[in-house]
Ligand binder design. Structure first.
Ligand code: NAD
Ligand code: WQD
Length: 339
């Protein structure tokens, strides 16, 4: 069976992907410095799957640590999640974001090249479609970004393109996630934000459980169905399964390639649609107030998910109701996350 090195595997999407990898009998090695996660997520992954993970509490900026991992294990492919991801924070501490995300990725790519490991699945984001394109987004649209976090994704995509062009033994899948939400059906793993959540679903969930008083809906005057922002929410387990499909394609194709794929449902939901779906799933009231738009937000963002379906044989199956139910199940079973 193949051995996969998962950077950032203790995080939200990483831990869900580890579950799906183990369920499919991949050997899993995780490197994570736990800057935005806890080791407990990996204990839970073991609990769900009954299988073990080799875990290194190390930083991807630590080249020696990476070299040692590549020396000590025969790694077939890397899934690279490790990175800092808060848009607002990235404007406050851009140098930290650039160093962690860009330098970290460069060091990882160097270690891979040195170890002759050329199969890579990279976590990109729908944020690379920037402000100029109109939804539904297709993979061939021009990329741009309006904040340091988004720019790290645009730049890393360019690093990967250049790397592939320099040596086409690289085999690279770039996955552009839309809005990952939800939690594993078991309620054992889920999103565990530090402090007050920036993102809609964890915020709504904490209002429903009574930890936060009311939701601020950012903008009620967008040109959308009800005036609130529209996004393509995707269940984190569907997203995790997309990584398996990307690995399978890399392993099966006779010619290497670099391809980008949107991982979204292809459908948009408004903020108020999410609030209503969550109300139904939780049977809780979710008080909200419509306030000013959040700077930098788009009115509408959703995927054209046709390429992933055609080339990876992947599509999202879970509904907004599933996403809300699973978020609620995780929230009520773990009111304080992993703490
Ligand atoms: P997360 O913060 O839960 O997971 C990232 C993990 O990487 C964390 O466990 C963190 O401790 C680790 N990490 C960060 N820097 C590291 C370093 N230098 N060395 C080792 N480990 C390090 O975030 P997530 O939501 O699971 O996101 C995973 C990836 O997907 C990120 O690259 C993120 O940018 C991308 N992404 C996330 C979203 C989203 O909304 N969650 C959307 C699009 C793309
Ligand atoms: C969704 C909608 C808000 C919070 C972000 C990143 C993106 C990607 C995913 C990493 C918007 C509204 C939100 C709140 C609200 N991450 N909202 N009240 O902004 O689409 O994407 O996460 O790559 O790069 O930008 O997600 O969940 O923050 O917002 O009304 O308290 O909910 O205005 O319409 P976003 P989000």
């Amino acid at each position: 069976m193949q051995t996969i090195l998962v950077t950032g595997g203790a995080g939200y999407i990483g831990s869900h992907t580890c579950v799906e990898l183990l369920e499919k009998n991949y050997e899993v090695i995780v490197i994570d410095n736990l800057i935005n996660s806890s080791k407990e997520s990996l204990n839970r992954v073991k609990k769900i799957t009954g299988k073990s993970i080799t875990f290194y509490e190390k930083d991807i900026l630590d080249k020696d640590a990476l070299d040692k991992i590549f020396n000590d294990h025969k790694i077939d492919a890397v899934i690279h999640f490790a990175g800092l991801k808060a848009v607002g924070e990235s404007t406050q501490i851009p140098l930290t974001y650039y160093h962690n995300n860009l330098t970290g990725t460069l060091i990882l790519l160097q270690a891979m090249q040195q170890a002759s490991v050329f199969n890579l699945v990279f976590s990109s984001s729908a944020t690379v479609y920037g402000e100029v394109n109109q939804a539904p987004y297709t993979e061939d649209m021009p990329l741009s970004a309006t904040n340091p976090y988004g720019l790290t994704k645009v730049m890393i995509e360019q690093f990967l393109q250049d790397t592939y062009e320099s040596h086409n033994y690289w085999n690279i899948s770039i996955l552009r996630y839309f809005n990952p939400v939800g939690a594993h059906k078991s309620g054992l793993i889920g999103e565990d934000p530090n402090g007050i959540p920036n993102n809609l679903m964890p915020y709504v969930s904490q209002v429903a459980v009574g930890k936060l008083k009311q939701l601020k809906v950012f903008g009620g005057d967008y040109p959308t169905i009800d005036g609130t922002g529209v996004r393509d929410y995707i269940h984190v387990t569907d997203l995790a399964l997309g990584h398996i499909k990307a690995l399978e394609k890399i392993a099966s194709q006779t010619q290497t390639s670099i391809e980008a794929y949107n991982l979204g449902t292809g459908n948009g939901s408004s903020v108020l649609e999410v609030v209503n779906a969550f109300k139904e799933a939780s049977s809780k009231d979710i008080p909200y107030d419509i306030v000013d738009r959040r700077p930098g937000d788009l009115a509408i963002a959703y995927a054209n998910a046709g390429k992933a379906k055609a080339q990876l044989g992947w599509e999202a199956n879970q509904t907004l109701k599933d996403m809300c139910q699973d978020t609620w199940n995780w929230q009520t079973n773990n009111p304080n996350g992993y703490r």
